[in-house]
Write a protein that binds this ligand. Structure first.
Ligand code: AMP
Ligand code: ZN
Ligand code: FE
Ligand code: FE
Length: 287
């Protein structure tokens, strides 16, 4: 049997609609051998996903997706194999959760100023997580009958430069890579084909970027090949995932990207090597 993985999945701990347990049951149905949970700015769902994966005989990789920037470019960085109890990681992503919550308040205030009577509580109730985002505002607008669809919510109000759009403070991409490494994780550039920011790749590699997401539900075969070439040129690990957000926008994407398992082995090997080298490195005497 061909072993395959999906290393980019969002649960209801951020803006996905499935619980971690539901994700795992879909993963089993799609015969995935390994999955990673990569909720935005949180690792809270990882314990539940790990338990459910263990019960289902699926390999689990803890993850998160950080929204970062390099200059004017927005870059999403996936973290894999981090210690999900790492205090610095938790403190830092906690700050970005607060940024997200404040941004929701500001977006709703702007909607209200445009005479769209959405209640901020209705967004927080619907989101029911620490890491809310625009999709929650969109769903709350649909639920309140203020727009007809999620697409309409984004088109009319939420997409960049529309009336309720609020920019989000982001961490620097270089700081994100460092944060992930100090938590013993691997840093991977997410869906490079969506952000079209190839020019930053050499800088990220210099900062220690470990891998690049070549396979993604929104990458064409040609885009995947382009990034496989880049991965080979820079010596980066190759990852892939569907970026499934559950049932929010049509059919769930889980299972549509099937990363050959050999890439999971390489990823795990590197994470383990880093762990060994940081835990048993040379003891430098203090002077
Ligand atoms: P945020 O992190 O709060 O800026 O929200 C980003 C999320 O909104 C992404 O995960 C996308 O899936 C979703 N999103 C962005 N643009 C659109 C759109 N035009 N229609 C539906 N969802 C969108
Ligand atoms: Zn998302
Ligand atoms: Fe992303
Ligand atoms: Fe994502």
């Amino acid at each position: 049997m061909n072993m395959v993985a999906d290393l980019h999945l969002h649960s209801n701990f951020s803006d996905g609609t499935y619980t971690p347990e539901e994700i795992v049951s879909h993963a089993a149905r799609h015969r995935l051998s390994a999955i990673a949970l990569t909720d935005h700015d949180t690792v809270e769902g990882c314990d539940a996903a790990a338990r459910a994966c263990h019960a289902a005989g699926i390999e689990f990789i803890p993850g998160t997706e950080l929204t970062a920037q390099h200059g004017d470019d927005e870059i999403h960085i996936l973290a894999y194999f981090c210690d999900t109890r790492n205090e610095k990681l938790l403190a830092e992503i906690g700050k970005f959760q607060a940024v997200r919550q404040n941004r929701i308040r500001e977006m709703v205030a702007r909607l209200n100023r445009m005479d769209v009577p959405l209640r901020v509580e209705s967004v927080f109730e619907l989101a029911n997580c620490r890491s809310p985002g625009r999709p929650h505002v969109a769903r709350a607008l649909v639920k309140a009958g203020l727009v007809g669809s999620l697409d309409e919510a984004f088109e009319r109000y939420l997409k960049k430069s529309r009336g309720a759009w609020v920019p989000k403070a982001k961490m620097s991409a270089l700081a994100a890579i460092e944060l992930i490494h100090q938590a013993q994780g691997l840093a991977v550039m997410a869906h490079p084909g969506l952000n079209r920011t190839d020019q930053v790749i050499p800088k990220l590699v210099e900062a220690g970027l470990d891998g690049i997401e070549c396979f993604h539900s929104k990458h064409s075969a040609a885009t995947a090949r382009h990034y496989l070439d880049i991965a080979a040129r820079f010596g980066l690990l190759v990852t892939g995932g569907s970026d499934c957000h559950g049932v929010s926008k049509g059919k769930p994407l889980i299972g549509t990207v099937r990363l050959p398992y050999e890439h999971v082995t390489r990823l795990r090997d590197k994470a383990e090597r880093l762990r060994v080298s940081t835990s048993s490195g040379p003891c430098i005497p203090r002077t």
